[in-house]
Design a protein around this ligand. Structure first.
Ligand SMILES: *[C@@H]1O[C@H](CO)[C@@H](O)[C@H](O)[C@H]1NC(C)=O
Ligand SMILES: *[C@@H]1O[C@H](CO)[C@@H](O)[C@H](O)[C@H]1NC(C)=O
Ligand SMILES: *[C@@H]1O[C@H](CO)[C@@H](O)[C@H](O)[C@H]1NC(C)=O
Length: 238
């Protein structure tokens, strides 16, 4: 092969790499959207196996962005993770709380949320997730199991009174049943964490939506989902 041509190719490769490196995450090459951890409060830098992941976080043990201690804390009330009190309007029912634990496990442990990671300018994290397509059944059962528990707000990211060290309802926000603040499953899943989720029209097992719950014996179904959306996003930009 002609030497000058080879050098031209190398320079071209170098300049393409430099341009990609400067672009925001969603515009980078596909591989960067797959098997990644967000740059947030407790995430590991990279996903890796964690044999001892606790309880409801154990489905991610083959490949996880969370540490064992994060997985343990995810099951506690007012854990050190966020000092967040689920029982801000009296005890949350256990059938409801397990969905919040699972949501925490997905958020902290999943290495398959890359296509929905966005940069943010927040004191406590540099990246967040936005519009993750949550499978509709996962959203519906979350809402069904929580509708008879109580809360005082529809966006749980903002507006709490944190003076006691954990979140308390602000004076003007009254406690009502979940279905007062969240009249539909979509209202719950989309609004509660400022559009981190966007409930999908796709069903569990479709390969087109993210499952909060899965049986690890069949592998992690969200790997395929992330690949599908990463390819779609790359395709849209080419
Ligand atoms: C991000 O936050 C910093 C410090 O709070 C601020 O100076 C900067 O203007 C913010 N940038 C954007 C894009 O909001
Ligand atoms: C916040 O909560 C504290 C008690 O923990 C209370 O004294 C204070 O009035 C509350 N402030 C607001 C704005 O709700
Ligand atoms: C959602 O799925 C249903 C049934 O598969 C279909 O009839 C409906 O048009 C879909 N809605 C959207 C917004 O895609």
């Amino acid at each position: 092969m002609d030497m000058a041509w080879k050098i031209t190719q190398l320079l071209l490769l170098a300049s393409v790499t430099a341009v990609w490196g400067a672009l925001p995450r969603t515009q980078q090459g596909r591989t960067d959207l797959l098997n990644v951890c967000m740059d947030a409060k407790h995430h590991k830098a990279k996903p890796s196996p964690e044999d001892k992941l606790h309880g409801q976080c154990s489905p991610w043990k083959k490949n996880a962005c969370c540490s064992v201690s994060t997985s343990q804390e995810a099951h506690k009330d007012v854990s050190y993770l966020y000092r967040f009190n689920w029982d801000h309007c009296g005890p949350m029912k256990p059938a409801c709380k397990r969905h919040f634990i699972q949501d925490t496990c997905l958020y902290e442990c999943s290495p398959n949320l890359g296509p929905w990671i966005q940069e943010v300018n927040q004191s406590w994290r540099k990246e967040r997730i936005l519009n993750v397509p949550l499978c509709k059944e996962d959203c519906e059962s979350w809402w069904e199991d929580c509708r008879t528990s109580y809360t005082c707000k529809s966006n749980w990211h903002k507006g709490w009174n944190w003076t006691s060290g954990s979140n308390e309802c602000p004076v003007k926000a009254a406690c009502h049943r979940f279905d007062f603040y969240f009249p539909t499953p979509a209202a719950l899943c989309n609004e509660i964490w400022s559009h981190s989720f966007k409930v999908s029209n796709y069903s569990r097992g479709s390969g087109r939506c993210i499952q909060m719950w899965f049986d690890p014996a069949q592998g992690n179904p969200n790997e395929e989902v992330a690949r599908f959306y990463a390819e779609a996003m790359n395709g849209a930009e080419l």
